[in-house]
Design a binder for this molecule. Structure first.
Ligand code: APR
Length: 242
C-alpha cells in the first residue's frame, strides 16, 4: 500500500460490521437482521405498498432499538481521525444508525438513508424523527399522514452517489470497514477507487466478497483494527511529514 505519509484524501466505507460490537445485528451474519424477516417482506417499495403496517412496525422496532445502542471504539476512532485529519475525509456509511455521529464524526454521508429520519411521500420533505410511524403521524411540513422511513430500499437509488464519486476522484486512500461486499453500488466502490489510483485497505472480521480488489486486508474485530489503523494514520498523517 502507498506510504501512509503520501496519503492526503481519504474515503472510508462502513457497513453493518462496524456497529456489530455495539449490539446492532449485521444483515448476513448468523441470526442476522434479515433472517428474522425475509428481505422482500420489509425492505422494498412493493412490500410497503402491499403491507405498510408490517414495514412500519419493522422499522419502528429498529428505530427504537438503535436509540438504546452506543457507539463502540471503532466509531470513536473514526471520529478522532475525522477531527484530527487535515486532508479531505469522508465516511460513506451504508448503515442507517447514527453511531458515527454520536461518536463525534462530522464528515458522514448515509448512502442508504437514516433510521432517525422520515420522508414524506406527499411533499418529499425529510424530517428528523424518533417516534413510531405505525399510527400514521402527520408530516411536520405538509400535515399529510404520508410518512415513511427515510431508508433506501432494495430497488431504490442510494443517496448522494455524485458526492461519493466526487470524493473518490480525489482520494489517495479508500478504506472499507465491516461490509460483506454483497450489495452494489457500495460493493463496487473499491474498484472505482483502484481505477482512480487510490490505495485500498479492507478492515473486516472475515474476507468479504470483494477482498481480492483490495491491496491490503486486515482481519479482526473493528474495535481492534480501526483504532490501530487510526493511530497509524494520525502518527504518520500529512502534517507529521510536512
Ligand atoms: N468487526 C468487523 N467486521 C465485522 C464484525 C466486527 N465485529 N462483525 C461482522 N463483521 C463483518 C462481517 O464479516 C461482514 O463481512 O461485517 C460484514 C457485515 O456484512 P453485512 O451483514 O452484509 O452488512 P453490510 O455489508 O453492511 O450490508 C450492506 O445490505 O441489506 C443491505 O442495505 C443493507 O446496508 C446494508 C447492505
Amino acid at each position: 500500500m502507498r506510504d501512509m505519509n503520501q496519503i492526503r484524501n481519504i474515503v472510508i466505507l462502513t457497513g453493518a460490521g462496524i456497529s456489530a460490537e455495539s449490539g446492532i445485528d449485521t444483515f448476513r451474519g448468523g441470526g442476522g437482521l434479515w433472517e428474522q424477516h425475509r428481505v422482500e417482506d420489509v425492505a422494498t417499495p412493493e412490500a410497503f405498498a402491499r403491507d405498510p403496517d408490517l414495514v412500519q412496525r419493522f422499522y419502528d422496532m429498529r428505530r427504537a432499538a438503535i436509540q438504546e445502542k452506543l457507539p463502540n471504539d471503532a466509531h470513536f476512532a473514526l471520529a478522532r481521525l475525522d477531527a484530527g485529519w487535515p486532508g479531505e475525509l469522508l465516511i460513506v456509511t451504508q448503515n442507517v444508525d447514527d453511531l458515527h455521529e454520536r461518536a463525534g464524526a462530522r464528515r458522514v454521508l448515509h448512502m442508504h438513508g437514516e433510521h432517525l429520519k422520515v420522508l414524506c411521500t406527499a411533499c418529499d420533505t425529510r424530517s428528523p424523527w424518533r417516534a413510531p410511524l405505525l399510527d400514521r403521524p402527520l408530516c411536520p411540513a405538509c400535515g399529510v399522514p404520508a410518512l415513511r422511513p427515510d431508508v433506501v430500499w432494495f430497488g431504490e437509488m442510494p443517496y448522494q452517489m455524485d458526492a461519493i464519486y466526487a470524493a473518490l476522484r480525489g482520494a489517495d486512500l479508500f478504506v472499507s470497514i465491516g461490509t460483506s461486499g454483497a450489495v452494489y453500488p457500495a460493493a463496487g466502490l473499491v474498484r472505482d477507487a483502484r481505477d482512480l489510483g487510490a490505495a485500498t485497505l479492507e478492515l473486516n472480521l472475515e474476507r468479504s466478497q470483494g477482498s481480492h480488489w483490495f491491496a491490503e486486508t486486515r482481519l479482526g474485530p473493528a474495535t481492534q483494527l480501526v483504532p490501530q489503523w487510526v493511530e497509524q494514520m494520525l502518527a504518520s498523517g500529512p502534517d507529521n511529514n510536512a
